[in-house]
Design a protein around this ligand. Structure first.
Ligand SMILES: C[S@@+](CC[C@H](N)C(=O)[O-])C[C@H]1O[C@@H](n2cnc3c(N)ncnc32)[C@H](O)[C@@H]1O
Length: 220
């Protein structure tokens, strides 16, 4: 197992792995690999867009100085569980609006001390801002028509100056009448007008078709 990205991402052959914080347990059927007394979880790029981002050549890995992270659209916690492996000392707040999915997230948080699940709508950051505080990294994967507006609202409410931002843009949720590239360009424009600095856009096909990972910086 070789360190592939610092902090916390390892590689063996074609696969990416994280060091399992919840030893002996898997979350979504992923392989567990034992090496030199440590247990690694395989990070499936078809199940997690952040793993897909790395395997598609994404350059940024802005997690080195992250103590607080806000994750919008946490779902069952697939990606969040790998972030929990990568940032064992950080506080990771996961916002999810579906009560059914939230149950799974709650169960995950009982086994991982760095996870703080919040049942809330990402349209309403004022409901969780006091608890979350100001974060160094904001991650969003909500697959909604107004993904860009939701992100900008949350940056204003919860991001530290110059915070790092990762947006997983699902183009088909925005519109089906424009091409994915057109949706990407218009999202990039709107994010720039909202004061964010665009650093990188990565097409996540074939792992997640019609999705792009955007790396952005919040204003200073
Ligand atoms: C594509 S899934 C997220 C997958 C997850 N990010 C992962 O990689 O493990 C999108 C999730 O966003 C949630 N969601 C959609 N709109 C939301 C909103 N306004 N506030 C909070 N969560 C929302 C959905 O319920 C769904 O669970």
């Amino acid at each position: 197992m070789e360190l592939y990205r610092d902090p916390g991402v390892y590689r063996q052959g074609p696969g990416l792995y994280t060091l399992n914080l919840d030893r002996g347990n898997r979350l979504y059927g992923e392989d567990l690999v034992e090496e030199e007394g440590q247990e690694f979880r395989r990070w499936d790029p078809f199940r997690s867009k952040l793993s897909a981002y790395l395997l598609r050549g994404g350059r940024a890995w802005p997690f080195a100085r992250v103590h607080r992270l806000l994750y919008l659209g946490a779902s069952h916690g697939t990606t969040l569980s790998h972030l929990s492996d990568i940032l064992p000392q950080a506080r990771l707040f996961g916002v999810e609006k579906s009560p059914r999915t939230f149950g799974a997230l709650l169960a995950l948080a009982r086994r991982r001390e760095n996870l703080y699940p919040l049942l809330a709508d990402a349209h309403l950051p004022e409901r969780y801002r006091a608890e979350v505080g100001e974060v160094e990294l904001l991650y969003q994967d909500v697959a909604q028509r107004d993904q860009v507006e939701v992100l900008l609202e949350n940056v204003r409410a919860c991001a530290k100056p110059r915070a790092e931002i990762l947006l997983m843009l699902k183009t088909r949720s925005v519109t089906q009448t424009a091409t994915p590239r057109e949706v990407l360009r218009s999202a990039e424009r709107a994010l720039g007008e909202g004061g964010l600095e665009l650093r990188e856009s990565v097409d996540l096909a074939p792992f997640a078709r019609g999705h792009f990972a955007l790396v952005l910086g919040a204003p200073g």
